[in-house]
Design a protein around this ligand. Structure first.
Ligand code: PRX
Length: 572
């Protein structure tokens, strides 16, 4: 532990002296970039796009977009006009007002970004949904948030149970040959006719911005609400951690259905006026390297599963591409194995910088900075201006090298402000002393480096995506053959974890491979492909507490062949 170190990178960085900045930095320094310093009001979309269109960045490329069928670029001026148009379309035909929830459910495309920005310009709260969600997952989220407007595509709209969503008033369809009946509106057609001028809704910094649904170990997915104030941390971490500078070409590989794809796929890069690459389509190592070469990507933010898949595709493949533009590489979402860092040094000649944060934190909280030594296996140090500690279950700070709860002192700028319609849940995250408890266990060494140890709860991280076992179990129980179900994360060398389900069958059903496949498909089509268990094991009975709760801890010990620990609460 901590013996191996990779020296600081050579170069001129936005953050040159971590220790000094940590001592002197004040968030007011970041605030002065934004309009509230002058007017007391603000709007994220204005700060990310329009502000630059009024400066020397007017004709700078804001968005490089490509997928299998499209390749387009948009300047900041064009992004301003197109997001204004989208705002006008949403307002005129969807009646969108400040505070309304506007959900966006579609694959990546320029229209997805125009819609998000347009909705934000109206003061609406945006809810991005990953395109892989199936009907059950879509319904849960639209229902809980009482979304008023949805932007989706003709391919996906059949997963939206329109009749069961009374709050949903308008559905914009992005695509060709759309019939405008009932609540359905042709988005592209209306965009062509729309005015490129829009009256921005100036909001308070504490007004709602974005609602990301995410999973915990119990209960349905919960809506994590972020507010416009988050921008100062998005901005500042984009400078310090992503190290974005004027001439950078930046590529974040995450989808905006997940928090990384908004905080650092939209807000961070555009708040700093950076040219942003966005690619659609599926992951393919060749396409990824080609994108870096074609666009001359300089700063690249991705995830351990992706790096491990690239690693698996072989070093010879890397050599076929000119990746010399890369100057800074970062990772988030799961533990970054030291082996991957070593591979990065070998094939890219660059360090991969781990970063830690979560949906609830809204922005990066712990990171490795170019100016700092990397200790492979460690996630780095707390960002200046935010206090991170390892605390026990009562909120007492633990000494160095002691494992405990990775916690953050309440009040960092991008902190979630609400769990949608669930104040008790929100309060349950905080310990005495104002510590937000992340659900991760970790320790901190004498130098302040944080070392991730695992999740304390049963949340599964598979291919960097966060899946709540409860949601999968609930879906499994809807299958006619399933009597009981318990779901765990099983360690996997590429995906971090895979989803494994233990299932007890109803009396009339016999275990078989066909039945496993049928159950898997049932979850896949009802919830989402990434939530479907890759492995299913049938058991006569599952371990339960006396109150009937499935003991996932025991399932995990079965799987790993480890002792199950305290079984005193287990039923006979
Ligand atoms: O367990 C931690 C893991 O991802 C969780 C948060 O997931 P989500 O809200 O989906 O956000 C992911 C990206 C912001 C955390 O509680 N996690 C995130 N970053 C790391 C990590 N685990 C290990 N190392 C990391 N760098």
């Amino acid at each position: 532990m901590g013996t191996q170190r990779i020296p600081a990178a050579q170069g001129v960085y936005n953050l040159q002296d971590y220790d000094k900045t940590r001592q002197t930095f004040d968030w007011q320094e970041a605030e002065k970039h934004f309009s509230w310093a002058e007017t007391g009001q603000v709007n994220m979309a204005y700060e990310a796009i329009d502000r630059h269109a009024e400066t020397f960045r007017k004709n700078k490329v804001a968005l490089y977009y490509r997928d299998e069928s499209r390749k387009e670029t948009y300047t900041f001026e064009e992004m301003k006009e197109l997001s204004n148009k989208a705002g006008n379309v949403l307002k005129t035909y969807g009646g969108v007002n400040k505070g309304d929830r506007v959900f966006i459910f579609m694959p990546r495309s320029p229209e997805l970004y125009f819609s998000i920005l347009g909705a934000i310009k109206l003061g609406a709260i945006v809810g991005p949904l990953f395109e892989a969600f199936m009907e059950g997952a879509v319904k849960d989220r639209l229902e809980d948030s009482e979304a008023k407007v949805l932007v989706t595509t003709p391919d996906l709209v059949h997963r939206v149970p329109v009749d069961e969503l009374p709050a949903l008033k308008a559905i914009f369809l992005v695509g060709e040959n759309i019939e405008e009946t009932g609540p359905f509106i042709n988005f592209n057609k209306k965009m062509k006719e729309a005015d490129k001028h829009l009256e921005i809704e100036w909001v308070d910094r504490e007004d709602g911005l974005i609602l990301h649904y995410t999973s915990g170990s119990t209960g349905r997915p919960k809506g994590v609400l972020h507010v416009h104030n988050a921008m100062i941390q998005h901005y500042q971490t984009a400078r310090w951690v992503l190290d974005l500078q004027e001439d950078d070409i930046y590529w974040c590989t995450a989808d905006p259905g997940w928090v990384t794809g908004t905080s650092y796929g939209i807000f961070g890069p555009w708040l700093t006026g950076t040219s942003n690459v966005i690619t659609g389509g599926r992951f393919k190592p060749e396409n990824w390297y080609q994108a870096i070469e074609d666009y001359g990507v300089t700063v690249w933010y991705s995830a351990p599963t992706a790096f491990r898949m690239l690693m698996g595709a072989g070093d010879e493949l890397v050599e076929k591409y000119d990746l010399s533009s890369l100057r800074h590489i970062l990772s988030v979402g799961e533990p970054l194995n030291p082996e991957v860092i070593r591979w990065g040094m070998k094939v890219f000649g660059k360090r991969i910088h781990d970063t830690w944060w979560m949906t609830e934190t809204g922005a990066i909280v712990v990171a490795n900075y170019p100016c700092m030594e990397i200790k492979p296996g460690s996630m780095g140090k707390a960002i200046p201006g935010v206090e991170v500690a390892i605390v026990d279950d009562r909120g007492n700070i633990l000494p160095p090298n002691r494992m405990g709860n990775l916690a953050i002192k309440k009040g960092w700028p991008a902190m979630m402000r609400e769990i949608w319609k669930n104040p008790q849940k929100y309060d349950s995250y905080f310990l005495p002393g104002g510590w937000y408890v992340s659900g991760d266990s970790a320790f901190m060494d004498e130098e302040g480096y944080v070392w991730f140890q695992g999740r304390i709860d049963d949340v599964i991280m598979t291919s960097g995506e966060r899946v709540g076992p409860f949601e999968v179990e609930s879906k499994l129980l809807e299958h006619p053959a399933v009597a009981e179900a318990g779901v765990i994360g099983k360690p996997d060398p590429v995906r971090g974890e895979i989803i494994k389900a233990f299932v007890a069958l109803m009396e009339d059903y016999e275990p078989s491979e066909e039945l496993k496949e049928d159950i898997r498909q049932f979850v896949k089509t009802g919830l989402a492909a990434h939530a479907a268990p890759r492995e299913i094991e049938f058991r006569d009975k599952l371990p339960k507490t006396r109150s009937g709760k499935i003991m996932r801890r025991v399932l995990k010990s079965w799987e790993l062949g480890l002792p199950a620990g305290d079984l005193s609460t287990m039923e006979d």
